[in-house]
Write a protein that binds this ligand. Structure first.
Ligand code: SRM
Ligand code: SF4
Length: 585
């Protein structure tokens, strides 16, 4: 190209903004016409703009996909319904709040409670006419759903173990502080107007409520380019999977006291089939911050994302792509120059463990907590396993506080020694298994909801994984490997809601009853796994894994974990064992 032509050429056109940017800009701080559409009995589903804006209020419009199968006749409409997700920093609920949520699940939702991978609660199957009562009910219990979804900071997760430990205590306080600081301000007024008839309650994580604002000082008019996720963890207990988060704070302890945090940025899981520009990415260590700098650093990183995230292509609109495309050096430079000030380098603090927090454990000051494994986070009553009724009975009788974990499990907290036998007998009465009685595969597994509620699911997950884990546990028992900890995570599409790209075995829905198999992550969440084989029929998953476990048993070095073995021998060798080449069947 000649110089003249280059000078004459028009400047490159600004990429066209995604339509969601327009919805946000015109929404009058997230109001849209949500109130009008919910009030209109002739509207059975929302306009596209309101559907997007509703997410900021903590809700998704969904469809009953089981009902879809029975609805082939012409003239029969979709069975629309709603999901509501709570914003629950650190996964904490008082006994009264838990009982209120249980009541709401029975009264206004489908009778189940779903513990999520971000230590929150989702209600499913809510009819349009019940939405105001449900959201009013959770706010009456001083809980909120504002900002649980949408292009804002989502639920801030932190280690839920209620130990009498200054580090974990500070992490929980910081989770609350970050959540409060990053709560939408003008958006909270819209939330009140729409769902609470303008009533102001003290529930919305503090700050926004104390000084209601007419604008968004942190987010601005168009909020963030996409969702944003924050976690706090400890090097010896990475139970919140910090490297999968947009922003992570890893506690640094000296003489038992918290002295600060290594700040990680740019993690995320979601990818899209056939789009190589999208991929899971582990967060990178950026700097070290003092405890009193954590909230300011969170604001700085979120503003960096606000200003530099991709607002044209929502598939590439996450902070992980800013980190990937810039590299950590440029990321540090821009963060320091424009958003934070001079940086201290991260301390040497490798991740060395991950605790599920199961079983009876002393929490200090003469109290106990009990961690229970909840299969795929679904709390329901089914046959002799009456999990929902049992949890309600225990919380009601003992008045114990509740914490939800990011592994979709629950901790019953602050239990006096004298109350332990009562809890044990209620577990028996309601058929709730103690973690010691469960196999390790189930305890270390997770699945996302997928069908029938998730509109993006292309396969089953929550309803399919139990069969796979039962078969796999059987296969491992035959090989004498029942005592091996192996994390298995399944999702109904590549979006990664159960963080399947960090587990030792990842099963990602491909369509019908087929899954892409991934292998070689680690139980502490430090490594991404690798695609083993695409489009594997579900019934072939366990036989293929059994072949690899057989080789693992014969060839492992002393104490070597399954994921480490898979990484050491390499993906081609593993593919050779199961007759797959280049990941194809
Ligand atoms: Fe997720 C979208 C469920 C944690 C990545 N996620 C969805 C939606 C809302 C589907 C939709 O957009 O229509 C799912 C609702 C299903 C249903 O019927 O309830 C859904 N995600 C979940 C939950 C309930 C899974 C679970 O088993 O617990 C988790 C709720 C967390 C919470 O309480 O806030 C959940 N989602 C995650 C995680 C894990 C995490 O945050 O630690 C991820 C991967 C981390 C990440 O963000 O990269 C995750 N969800 C996604 C994505 C992919 C985003 C991307 O960058 O491409 C989508 C799709 C989207 O946003 O367009 C998605
Ligand atoms: Fe839905 Fe996919 Fe997330 Fe599963 S991973 S809940 S199928 S979006």
């Amino acid at each position: 190209m000649s110089t003249d032509t280059a000078l004459d050429a028009a400047p490159p056109a600004e990429p066209k903004l995604s339509p969601v940017e327009g919805f946000k800009a015109e929404s009058r701080w997230l109001r849209g016409t949500i109130a009008e559409e919910f009030a209109d009995p002739n509207v059975d589903h929302l306009s596209e703009a309101n559907k997007q804006l509703l997410k900021f209020h903590g809700s998704y419009q969904q469809e009953d996909r089981d009902a879809r199968k029975k609805r082939d006749k012409p003239g029969v409409g979709k069975a629309y319904m709603f999901m509501v997700r709570l914003k629950l920093p650190g996964g904490k609920l008082t006994a009264d709040q838990y009982l209120a949520m249980d009541d709401i699940a029975g009264r206004y939702a489908n009778g189940t409670i779903r513990f999520t991978t971000r230590q929150s609660i989702q209600f499913h199957g809510i009819l349009k006419e019940n939405m105001k009562s449900l959201i009013g009910g959770i706010n009456d219990a001083l809980v909120s759903s504002l900002g649980a979804c949408g292009d804002v900071n989502r639920n801030v997760v932190s280690c839920p173990a209620p130990l009498n430990d200054p580090v974990r205590t500070q992490m929980q306080e910081l989770a609350d502080a970050i959540a409060a600081h990053l709560t939408p301000r003008a958006g909270s007024q819209a939330y009140h107007e729409i769902w609470l008839n303008g009533k102001t309650l003290a529930s919305l994580n503090g700050a926004a409520e104390k000084s209601p604002e007419v604008s968004e000082p942190i987010y601005g008019k168009v909020y963030l380019p996409r969702k944003f996720k924050v976690a706090l963890a400890l090097p010896e207990d990475n139970c919140t999977d910090i490297l999968a988060q947009c922003l992570g704070f890893l506690a640094i302890r000296e003489n038992g006291k918290p002295v600060g945090y290594n700040l990680y940025a740019g993690g995320g899981q979601g990818q899209t089939n056939g789009n190589p520009e999208t991929f899971p990415h582990l967060a990178r260590a950026v700097c070290f911050v003092e405890p009193n700098e954590v909230v300011r650093a969170s604001e700085g990183i979120i503003k960096l994302f606000r200003d530099h995230g991709n607002r044209a292509n929502r598939k590439r609109a996450r902070l992980k792509y800013v980190m990937h495309d810039w590299g950590v050096e440029k990321f540090r430079e821009v963060f320091a120059r424009d958003y934070f000030g001079p940086l201290q380098l991260p301390k040497d603090a490798p991740i060395t463990g991950l605790d599920l927090h199961h079983g009876w454990q002393p929490q200090g000051a003469g109290k106990w907590f009990l961690g229970l494994s909840v299969e795929n986070g679904r709390v329901k009553d089914s046959g002799t396993l009456r999990f929902r009724a049992g949890l309600r009975a225990i919380v009601n009788t003992i008045r114990c506080n509740v914490r939800i974990t990011t592994q979709q499990d629950v901790l019953l907290c602050d239990i006096a020694t004298a109350d332990r036998p009562k809890v044990d007998s209620l577990l028996n009465e309601y058929g709730i298994p103690r973690p010691e009685g469960l196999n390790l595969i189930q305890k270390w597994s997770m699945a996302c909801p997928a069908i029938p509620t998730c509109g993006l699911a292309i396969t089953e997950a929550e309803r399919a994984l139990p069969t796979v884990t039962t078969q796999l546990a059987g296969a491992l028992a035959e090989l004498g490997l029942s005592e091996e900890v192996v994390s298995v995570r399944m999702t109904g599409c590549p979006n990664g809601c159960a963080r399947p790209y960090q587990s030792e075995v990842g099963l990602v829905g491909r369509g019908g009853t087929k899954y892409t198999m991934y292998i070689g992550g680690d139980t502490f969440g430090r490594r991404l796994n690798t695609e083993l084989q695409d489009s594997v029929p579900i019934e072939q998953i366990v036989p293929k894994l059994k072949t690899i476990f057989t080789a693992f048993k014969a060839e492992r070095t002393p104490g070597e974990a399954f994921g480490d073995y898979c990484t050491r021998v390499g993906i081609e060798r593993l593919q050779g064992m199961i007759g797959a080449s280049n990941g194809k069947p």
